[in-house]
Every structure is written in C-alpha cells, then in structure tokens.
Design a protein around this ligand. Sequence first.
Ligand SMILES: Cc1cc2nc3c(=O)[nH]c(=O)nc-3n(C[C@H](O)[C@H](O)[C@H](O)COP(=O)(O)O)c2cc1C
Length: 191
Amino acid sequence: MIIKKVATRPAPVLFPVPTVLVTSQIEGGEPNMVTIAWTGIMCSEPPVVYIGVNPIRYSHSLIKESGEYVINIPTVTQVKEVDFCGVVSGKKVNKFKETGLTPVPASQVKAPLIAECPVNIECRVRQTLSLGSHDVFIADVVAIHYNEDVLDEKGRPDIERIQPYGFSLSEYRLLTDKIGFHGYSKKNKNR
Ligand SMILES: Cc1cc2nc3c(=O)[nH]c(=O)nc-3n(C[C@H](O)[C@H](O)[C@H](O)COP(=O)(O)O)c2cc1C
C-alpha cells in the first residue's frame, strides 16, 4: 500500500498537548490564572517542567517577577473556566472572582493552588529561554498536591477520577479509553 503524505509549512503542530491553569502572584498582589497548552516535562530526576508564555500576557510579568508558578491540572467539569482564563486577561479582570474558582495557599511558593483542580504542581523557575513569540519558563517541581478524592485505595492518582483532557487543533478533547500500559508489549510477548 502506498501512503500519500501532504507537506505543509512549519507550524507548532503537536497534539494532544495538555491544557492547564497556571497560577502566579507577586508579593502584595492579587493571584492570577492563565490557560497554558505549551507545557510539559523536561527531566525526571530532578523533576523539571516548562511553560511557554508570550511576553504580552499579564501572567508573564508575574512569573518573571516572582520566579514561581503553579501548574493546576483541571478536570472535565472545568472546561468553561479553562477557556475563559485563556481569552480574558488578569490585567483587567479578577479571574478567580469571575469563575468562582478558589485560590488556596501553596506550601513552597507565593502563587496559590486552585482548590477545585485535582492536581497542583508547585514550580520554581530555574531558567528562562526566549525563543521568539514565547518565553519558556523552565522550573523545578518543588511540591505536588492531589485532591483526596482522585487517589485510589493505595494513595495513587487515578486517571479515571482526575479526568484530564488535551488541547488538539483548537479543541478541548477528552483522553478517555485505556489502550495499553507501560511495558505491556514486552510482557505479552514474554520477552
Ligand atoms: C486552550 C488555550 C491554550 C493557551 N495556551 C497558551 C500558552 O501555552 N502560552 C501562552 O502564552 N498563551 C496561551 N494561551 C493564551 C492565554 O491563555 C490568554 O492570552 C490569556 O488571556 C492571558 O491571560 P493573562 O493576561 O491573565 O496572563 C492559551 C489560550 C487557550 C484558550
């Protein structure tokens, strides 16, 4: 069979990517939330993550000044709030008040956790890369929190309870069906 390829111009096409709410706050200021899809893990040990933020975002100035942020993984019932935080700026609107989401103190950083988001990852910036349209804030993970109700009986995060979703070609999409697990190919073939 011949598989025909169609080439297009270079673009940031990679999907699905996570959709998260990133909180930031400076000393004496109000906390802010921003929707971020340019995010991921860079290193396992030590745990290092990144977010790509356009310098025109209000959040960019808060993260640059504080050197800290929290990645909050939202659940399926928070899609509307996620979209709102991605189309409105905290420069003009208090997004916590508008969405009804609740800021709660973090343990290591000034930026708050979002109570309703089942997973919260506290981050401290170690390096910033300016690549063009976006600056990349590379950060050490300094603490992680889970809402109790998304942990299984052994205290492990349960993806079925967290119900995260991805962002693919401008759409929010659930990542639902389990189609394998780490190492299952080797196990099944008895290698
Ligand atoms: C689904 C989605 C993903 C987004 N991802 C990013 C991103 O990765 N980086 C970025 O700089 N802006 C991203 N944006 C745009 C910002 O969220 C948006 O400009 C926001 O209003 C900025 O808020 P702020 O000014 O309060 O920081 C995204 C928006 C949406 C809806």
